[in-house]
Design a protein around this ligand. Structure first.
Ligand code: PLP
Length: 409
């Protein structure tokens, strides 16, 4: 008799964004002619840039000839891409990394979930609330969340409240945590941490032998000067932080799939007997066992964003989305909504009117004016009564959605 992983039964049957998708599909059945505008999902709308496309065409040509054909590549990524990442994303910010500290993967969602694999089940996990739901879901599926308490929260997870009162900046927890997920600029609140904010977490982690999983999926959207792009800009972070970054939102790779995870050699975890073990070795073992490498074509495409022209092109796309975010922010503020984010992030975080529950607001917005937002409750209890809107749609759709909302309000 085959037994299942019963941890899966502890979660609802569908992932949060699939649930939204189902509701949109149901809406389309009821109103088949509706011009639905999606300001909810975190997918991009601008096509791949010229340099990326050129590099991938050249890679396809290479693979089409016997002399230049390549089969399996290195599981953890090609040196050409790793070197470009180190030089452009890290050396340029005063951070040195060796090539075996950077692992290329097929998307940060995979690594955010898989990283739990190398840690023990009894760790106490710290998660800011509200936040990208994968951290909690992965902890539950991996049997690391403990049991569900009466307040509908997991016993092995410490929820770190981010609220309008603390400007959505997480404060250090009173309880001790071992693994901390930080996502900045944050999904869904759009808030970024300053160097001083982040330093507190790095100091906490070093002091408590904790490890920070730093999800920097939106780092390309940072506009303000005092905001660190990498956690390694904070002194000591290489002793305690794993950084996960993605080409998805930086360069429109949501469909191509490419990301990287940095695991510095200095980070150690402990056995039950207190022996220190280098975490990089475990992640390398996991990556080389479970993964056969991101496609060569995609890695050549990712490398292309670091050329002079490639960088210019992706910056133009980021600026385009950030202008959308600014329009959303300003229009919703004018409409009397309370708004956070949208300054160092494409995400704008908005209070529902009259304290309406977020799923009800989502339904109402969809039903009345065919606009999709993301209900805040899907990001954790702290998201109830809020909704997320993103700048990732086209300019025309963003403006049209704001017009509809203005009339509707
Ligand atoms: N991390 C955060 C915070 C995200 O919002 C997302 C996607 O929306 C991801 C990771 C996943 O990105 P990827 O496309 O690299 O899997």
């Amino acid at each position: 008799m085959a037994l299942i992983n019963e941890n899966y039964l502890k979660l609802s049957e569908y992932y949060f964004f699939d649930e939204i998708e189902q509701k949109i599909n149901a809406h389309k059945v009821i109103k088949p002619n509706a011009q639905v505008i999606r300001l909810g999902l975190g997918d991009v709308s601008q096509p791949l840039t010229g340099e990326v496309v050129k590099a991938m065409h050249a890679a396809v040509d290479e693979l089409s000839k016997r002399e230049t054909f390549r089969g399996y590549g290195p599981e953890t990524g090609y040196r050409f891409l790793i070197n470009s990442i180190i030089k452009n994303d890290y050396n340029s910010r005063g951070v040195n990394l060796s090539t075996d500290e950077v692992f290329i993967s097929d998307g940060s969602k995979s690594d955010v979930g898989n990283i739990g694999h190398i840690f023990g089940r009894d760790n106490i996990i710290g998660i800011t609330d509200p936040v990208y739901p994968v951290y909690e879901n992965a902890a539950v599926m991996g049997g690391r969340s403990g049991y569900m308490r009466d307040d509908n929260l997991w016993s092995n997870i410490v929820y770190i409240p981010c609220t309008p009162e603390n400007n959505y900046v997480p404060q250090l927890p009173e309880e001790k945590v071992d693994i901390i997920y930080l996502c900045y600029p944050n999904n869904p609140t759009g808030i970024a941490l300053t160097k001083a904010d982040l330093k507190k977490w790095v100091d906490y982690a070093i002091e408590n032998h904790a490890i920070i999983i730093y999800d920097g999926a939106y780092c390309a959207y940072i506009q303000e000067p005092d905001i660190p792009h990498s956690i390694y800009e904070i002194k000591g972070a290489k002793k305690c932080a794993i950084e996960i970054r993605s080409f998805s939102k930086t360069a429109g790779f949501t469909g191509l799939r490419c990301s990287y995870t940095v695991v510095p050699h200095e980070i150690v975890g402990f056995t039950l007997y207190g022996n220190a073990v280098e975490v990089n070795k475990l992640w390398n073992r996991r990556a080389t066992t479970y993964y056969n490498g991101t496609s060569y074509i995609v890695q050549r495409g990712a490398e292309a964003i670091y050329s002079k022209q490639g960088t210019k092109e992706i910056r133009e796309n980021v600026a385009y989305y950030m202008t959308n975010a600014k329009i959303i922010r300003e229009e919703l503020e004018k409409g009397g909504f309370t708004v956070f984010g949208g300054i160092n992030s494409p995400h704008v975080w908005v209070k529902t009117p009259y304290n309406m529950p977020s799923w009800r607001f989502f339904q109402q917005l969809l039903y009345d004016i065919d606009v999709v937002c993301t209900p805040g409750a899907g990001f954790g209890q702290g998201g109830e009564g809020w909704f997320r809107v993103t700048g990732f749609n086209s300019r025309e759709n963003t403006i049209e959605a704001m017009n509809r909302i203005r009339k509707w309000v």
